[in-house]
Design a protein around this ligand. Structure first.
Ligand code: GL1
Length: 139
C-alpha cells in the first residue's frame, strides 16, 4: 500500500534562520579579512557548514591550517547556537504549525530534510519535534 508523506526543508521553510547564519559567518569572514555581503550569503544558502567555510576561504584568498579550519567551524556554530536562543515557538513561519497539524490529522507522514547539523535544536526551540516521523539532517 502506498502511503503519502510530506518532506520539509528547515531553514527558510519552517523558520527564518538565514540572518543568524549570516551574522555568525560574517564574524568568521572578518577574521579572514573578508567582507561577507548579503549577496555572498544568498549564494551559499543551503550549503553545508564545511562547504560554506571552504568557499569563504577561497573568496578571501587566505591560507589556513586544518586546526584553524576546525576552530572556525566550532566558533561559527557556537555563535549560531547563542543566536538561536532567541527563537521560540512563535517564530515558526506562518502556516507551518497548522500545516503540520493537518498532515498529522490526515495520517500523512512528515519528514525533515536539511543540510543543517542544528536541525534538531531548531525543531526543539520551536516545540515541533514531535510532529516529525523522520529527521534527516547534516549529521
Ligand atoms: C549549515 C550552514 C548554514 C546553512 C545551513 C543549511 O548549517 O552553516 O550556513 O547553509 O547549513 O540551511 P549548520 O551550521 O546549522 O549545520
Amino acid at each position: 500500500m502506498k502511503q503519502a508523506a510530506a518532506l520539509f526543508d528547515l531553514d527558510g521553510v519552517i523558520v527564518e534562520t538565514a540572518h543568524f547564519h549570516y551574522i555568525a559567518w560574517k564574524a568568521i569572514a572578518q577574521q579572514l579579512n573578508f567582507d561577507l555581503t548579503p549577496a555572498h550569503n544568498e549564494a551559499l544558502k543551503g550549503v553545508s557548514r564545511v562547504a560554506f567555510l571552504q568557499q569563504l576561504i577561497s573568496w578571501s584568498g587566505a591560507t589556513i591550517s586544518s586546526d584553524t579550519f576546525e576552530h572556525y567551524l566550532e566558533e561559527k556554530n557556537k555563535h549560531y547556537l547563542e543566536l538561536i536562543q532567541q527563537l521560540n515557538p512563535a517564530d515558526a513561519l506562518p502556516g507551518v504549525v497548522d500545516t503540520l497539524r493537518l498532515l498529522k490529522e490526515n495520517k500523512i507522514g512528515i519528514a525533515l530534510g536539511s543540510a543543517s547539523k542544528n536541525a534538531r535544536s531548531i525543531l526543539e526551540r520551536l516545540a515541533i519535534t514531535s510532529f516529525f516521523d523522520a529527521i534527516i539532517d547534516g549529521n
